[in-house]
Design a protein around this ligand. Structure first.
Ligand SMILES: C[S@@+](CC[C@H](N)C(=O)[O-])C[C@H]1O[C@@H](n2cnc3c(N)ncnc32)[C@H](O)[C@@H]1O
Length: 200
């Protein structure tokens, strides 16, 4: 199945140019403000991981804020564009080409994991839980089930949407800071900010 994912996404990204303007997702900006309110300003050198990073806009933005930024995706074409975009923005991101179905991140190494517009109910919890250190943060956004009843809906498969309150069931051991549905002008999403509980 992931070979097909790789081909499909490579085909999509083959038609794209590197983004000239790197804007983060608004939920990432808001969530980082909440994290800084809870913990104080983040120290340079803290480590972030963008899971299924696509063209890497969020990983690049995080790197611009002095995080050590890693980003993983299956698509070599997407990662090539992301790399060009990082170079144009003069930041370092470690781009990792991997199939999340069988990728094991460095254990407990990350202070922050971000996931946008990607849902696999087995893979995402496994990767996030393995990557985050105890006390680390998860910022997650993807389409809500309500997206499918919008007149401008473009999603063909409702299995790739989240029910309200579902994210917390995927991360039952996380402290929930935000878990809400937002209806935006172009999409309806579930937004989650949670903190992995400290061990012991
Ligand atoms: C809808 S895009 C979202 C990209 C980015 N997070 C964003 O919000 O713009 C989904 C991404 O998941 C990646 N992907 C799909 N299946 C994957 C897999 N098995 N392993 C790693 N990445 C995968 C695709 O290459 C694509 O970049």
């Amino acid at each position: 199945m992931s070979v097909r994912d790789e081909e499909r996404w490579n085909e999509k990204y083959a038609k794209r140019e590197p983004p000239s303007n790197v804007e983060p997702d608004e939920w990432l900006v808001e969530a980082l403000q909440l994290i800084e309110t809870a913990c104080g300003k983040t120290e340079p050198g803290q480590r972030a991981l963008d899971v299924a990073c696509g063209l890497g806009h969020n990983a690049i933005w995080v790197a611009q804020r002095n995080w050590c930024s890693d980003a993983v995706d299956i698509s070599t074409n997407g990662l090539d564009l992301a790399r060009q975009s990082a170079t144009a923005n003069d930041v370092d991101v470690r781009w990792i080409q991997a199939d999340l179905d069988d990728w094991i991140p460095a254990s407990g190494e990350y202070d922050l994991v971000v996931v946008f517009r990607f849902l696999d109910r087995d893979t995402v919890p496994r990767v996030v839980r393995s990557a985050l250190r105890p006390g680390g943060w998860l910022v997650y956004e993807t389409f809500s089930a309500a997206q499918c009843s919008r007149s401008d809906n473009h999603l063909s498969n409702p299995a790739f949407t989240l029910a309200p309150g579902e994210v917390r069931t995927l991360f039952p051991d996380f402290q929930v800071v935000v878990d809400r549905e937002d209806v935006l002008h172009d999409r309806t999403v579930q937004r989650f900010l949670g903190r992995r509980q400290s061990d012991g």
